[in-house]
Design a protein around this ligand. Structure first.
Ligand code: C2E
Ligand code: C2E
Lengths: 161, 248
């Protein structure tokens, strides 16, 4: 059981870091995407200057909960974790895709560059989401086994406390 | 662009120009998405995630203003806890938990604490209901009401104070035995483990599996052979019981 827990903890530590950078990538994508929709006139109240962007930030960053279905929760204990080693490494990769200056100057990007940046960000995010899903499968498989052992009485909570 | 970033930081710290500050805010804003969505996971759907993000943005701006790049710490690490603190502080200040539910929870805790002192063991639901002069059904409805508010409501601050908002969940589940684990925190964690040990079997199992094994409520339900919502109720009762011991 200890081995199982160790593998589970390793995987969930990695998963936490991947989820962290995934959210960073999604946020940057949505911020750059906001510029595109501003240009296409789609975001009517979106203004060109940074203060306008900051004003819009909550709407840009929030999850589109697809009509807010109540069940969009995994039902597990969720902590707000600080990024670990893997997160910082992946974060550097994300910085390579979109640098601080690029983000700051997004309204000065050409149409082509803007589209390009969005493609790269999307690609990076998709990669992270895939890795995250694989980690979920791995973790859930380990958790199933751990849960089974509790159910069958092979392990008790006293071993943990 | 590691160096590019540190250039922006250096420039901002030196000149304190709004423009540089804004660039940093835009650059780090997604941190708020991460924090807000994780906190939202513990709140009812009625709480608007966009609001949480705007609370978090203030925390981010505060973090950027206060951060000292010279110190050699990673900004993201510092910012995440500031943002989390800002969101939770604001939530508490707008007193989002309905007063009626809050007071019911308090009276259940008081009853639990009184009965525990009396019987030197965790009280049963029928004993608690009797003490509160309500039916067991009414008591179970109170548990349901509290559960429906989500984990954040239950997870009220422990050992108060300090820049770090310490919740039950964080303390119980903290696996970072490194620098993140201060002595006080380790001590509280120990006390909690002992307290959980003294609880009745079901509550003990639910708390341990949820916080220490990080199983989902559904997975715990399979272990106990009950529904997910039943597990949710047991969890609520268990946390109230823990709080009744610590608040006492
Ligand atoms: N309750 C819960 N459900 C989860 C979680 N992670 C994934 N899902 C579910 O699984 C679907 C696919 O997720 P994905 O492969 O990461 O693929 C995602 C991801 O790559 C991306 N995405 C998700 N959120 C955002 C966002 O805020 N901004 C951007 N730019 N992309 C996002 O869009 C894809 C589709 O997202 P959705 O339509 O939301 O559809 C999601 C969602 O229904 C989770 O932690 N909790
Ligand atoms: N082992 C395992 N772990 C899982 C699974 N799904 C999610 N997790 C992990 O559990 C955390 C909480 O998930 P949540 O309660 O659904 O809470 C989620 C969910 O409400 C929302 N979210 C994240 N991604 C999506 C998405 O793509 N679509 C939607 N609709 N919501 C999302 O943001 C919250 C936080 O997301 P994260 O920071 O990524 O944090 C997630 C992720 O690290 C899974 O199937 N197996």
């Amino acid at each position: 059981i200890e081995r199982l827990r160790q593998l589970r903890t390793e995987a969930s530590t990695a998963e936490g870091d991947v989820s962290f950078v995934r959210r960073m990538a999604q946020g940057r994508f949505d911020i750059v995407g906001h510029e595109r929709s501003r240009r296409s006139g789609a975001a009517e109240d979106a203004s060109i200057d940074v203060s306008g962007l900051l004003f819009d930030m909550p709407d840009i960053l929030k999850d589109d909960d697809n009509g807010g279905e109540g069940g969009s929760r995994s039902g597990r204990h969720v902590e707000v974790l600080e990024p670990g080693k893997i997160a910082l490494e992946l974060g550097d990769q994300l910085d390579a895709v979109v640098s601080p200056s690029a983000l700051a100057a997004v309204e000065r990007l050409s149409e082509a560059d803007l589209a390009d940046l969005l493609d790269q960000l999307r690609e990076f995010e998709v990669g992270l989401s895939q890795a995250r899903r694989q980690l979920h499968d791995r973790i859930d498989m380990l958790q199933d086994e751990i849960a089974r052992r509790y159910r069958d009485g092979e392990v008790t909570v006293d071993s943990v406390l | 662009s590691e160096s590019e970033l540190s250039t922006v930081w250096a420039r901002f710290k030196e000149t304190e120009k709004q423009a540089d500050r804004d660039d940093l805010i835009v650059y780090y804003a997604p941190l708020v998405k991460y924090v807000a969505s994780r906190i939202a996971a513990g709140l009812p759907q009625t709480v608007d995630q966009a609001d949480l993000i705007s609370y978090g943005m203030f925390g981010l701006i505060d973090a950027i203003t206060k951060f000292d790049p010279e110190r050699g710490f990673k900004f993201e690490t510092y910012a995440v806890s500031r943002i989390k603190g800002a969101v939770l502080d604001e939530l508490r200040s707008i007193d989002w938990v309905p007063r009626s539910v809050r007071s019911k929870a308090k009276s259940v805790e008081r009853a639990m604490s009184k009965l525990e002192a009396q019987y030197h063991r965790p009280p049963t639901d029928s004993e608690i209901a009797e003490e509160l002069d309500i039916t067991e059904t009414q008591l179970s409805n109170i548990y349901k009401q509290i559960s429906s508010l989500g984990m954040v409501a239950l997870d009220e601050m422990l050992a108060g104070g300090g820049s770090e908002t310490l919740t039950f969940g964080d303390t119980l589940a903290d696996r970072r035995d490194g620098p993140g684990m201060t002595y006080e925190r380790a001590e509280v964690r120990q006390l909690l483990a002992q307290a959980i040990n003294k609880m009745s079997e079901r509550e003990k199992i639910v708390l341990t599996l949820y916080y220490y094994e990080n199983l989902t409520l559904a997975e715990i339900g399979k272990v106990l052979g009950v529904t997910e919502s039943r597990v949710c109720q047991i969890h609520t009762k268990a946390v109230l019981q823990l709080r009744s011991r610590f608040d006492a």
